[in-house]
Design a protein around this ligand. Structure first.
Ligand code: DHB
Ligand code: FE
Length: 280
């Protein structure tokens, strides 16, 4: 059976991709952010996941306001990146794993999650930047992308996303291959890119979230998605992916590493590494 080795969660600001492309990681603006990553990479070197499930939100590259699924799961042999207009290089396609995709899809539908299944799926900066950050030498493991709508209201609730994560966790655990799987969440933490509160960051709320994700996520699942808008900003709702990732940690959870840096662009940039130890 497959095992869940742990969860990684990280912000996905496009400017990070630009800093990587232009080798600016050591500059004063960037160093405090990139200093968070060696510990996460060392953990990955230790646990050596074979596959990744990536919980992310599409920002209009693959889905647009005309058709926007609440939950979409990729079932493609590979996932192409494309130009979103951020000035980032278009990355080479990412390998998929259709067997794990269909296993997760079968399991989620049986658990009454009504999904969109995507046999073609473009992946945007929210998927690509974490892959670049965690596997800077290239060659990330094959991935199953899971897109959660954070763009078109009404959004799914934190509790619903947590339950989606729990169902993904159970699906991975019942996958009949002896493989190690890491669950990656991308987005957040607090940020708002538009309107009267543009530039809004809420350090206290972010710290509460990091603590809850590592210890007891129940304060987060008690919130509504509109509470998240209020507390974390209109794009801070990307916390939904972090909450879903925590749901997928089916075993005993321990915090391996945490990093928080304000701001990168308009965003409170954070990183969390959780290890999952299966319980018999
Ligand atoms: C920024 C943050 C995001 O989450 C995003 O998707 C795009 C831009 C930013 O802070 O610039
Ligand atoms: Fe975003």
């Amino acid at each position: 059976m497959a095992t869940i080795v742990g969860g990684l969660a990280v912000s996905h600001v496009p400017a990070i991709g630009n800093a990587i492309a232009n080798h600016r990681e050591g500059e004063p603006y960037w160093k405090p952010f990139f200093d968070g990553f060696p510990a996460a990479r060392a953990w990955l070197d230790r646990v050596k996941p074979d596959l990744a499930v990536v919980l992310y939100n599409d920002h209009g590259l693959n889905f647009f306001l005309d058709k926007l699924p609440t939950f979409a799961v990729g079932a493609a042999p590979e996932y192409c990146n494309a130009d979103e207009g951020w000035g980032l290089p278009v990355l080479a396609p990412f390998a998929g794993d259709r067997d794990l995709s269909w296993h997760i899809i079968e399991h989620l539908v049986a658990q009454e999650f009504d999904l969109t299944t995507c046999q073609e799926m473009l992946v945007d900066h929210a998927f690509c930047i974490p892959m670049e950050l965690f596997w800077p030498q290239g060659a990330p493991p094959p991935a199953v992308p899971v897109a959660i709508n954070t763009v078109q209201h009404p959004l799914p609730s934190p509790r619903r996303c947590f339950r989606l994560g729990q169902a993904i966790g159970r699906a991975i655990e019942t996958y009949d291959k002896d493989l190690k799987v890491v669950v990656i969440a991308t987005g957040g933490l607090s940020h708002q890119l538009e309107g009267e509160r543009a530039g809004f960051i809420n350090r206290d709320f972010d710290q509460m979230c990091l603590e809850a994700l590592a210890t007891d996520p129940s304060p987060l699942t008690a919130l509504s998605s509109l509470d998240l808008v209020e507390q974390a900003g209109s794009q801070g709702v990307e916390l939904l992916m972090w909450i879903a990732m925590r749901g997928a940690m089916t075993g005993q959870v321990s915090r391996v590493h945490q990093h928080y840096h304000i701001p990168i662009s308009n965003t409170a940039a954070a990183l969390l590494v959780l290890e999952n130890t299966p319980v018999a």
